[in-house]
Design a protein around this ligand. Structure first.
Ligand code: TYC
Length: 106
């Protein structure tokens, strides 16, 4: 049972073929910025609460940010990174700290 009829004109509908390769979604670094006012303990708490770090790792990262000005909290797909940034900034603001969280494409 063929669908092809030689008398039938071409419908003109084009069907596009899919890309042969699936591309990995872009990744984003979530960053914390240093400031002069946010308490060190609060930054350590943030790194534990939102990024699942143990206290020792969180302390090392916090001290890196304090010394160098900026540090990476983790690497995530865009939507996850955006959610982390929003939640960290909301949490910091709700505790009246100026701590700033941002993201950057890798
Ligand atoms: N610099 C702050 C202080 O001396 C501590 C701090 C660390 C603030 C990391 C922000 O992302 C930060 N209290």
């Amino acid at each position: 049972m063929s669908h092809h009829h030689k008398d039938e004109p071409d419908s003109g509908v084009a069907v596009q073929t899919a890309r042969p390769q699936l591309r990995r979604p872009p990744l984003f670094k979530v960053l914390l910025l240093n400031d002069d006012y946010t308490p060190m303990d609060f930054v350590v708490l943030i790194l534990q609460k939102f990024f699942g770090m143990p206290m020792e790792t969180a302390t090392q990262i916090m001290l890196h940010i304090h010394t160098r000005g900026v540090g990476v909290c983790g690497v995530f797909p865009k939507d996850i990174a955006e959610t982390k940034v929003a939640r960290v900034n909301d949490y910091a603001r709700s505790h009246h700290h100026p701590l700033l969280c941002t993201m950057e494409e890798m």
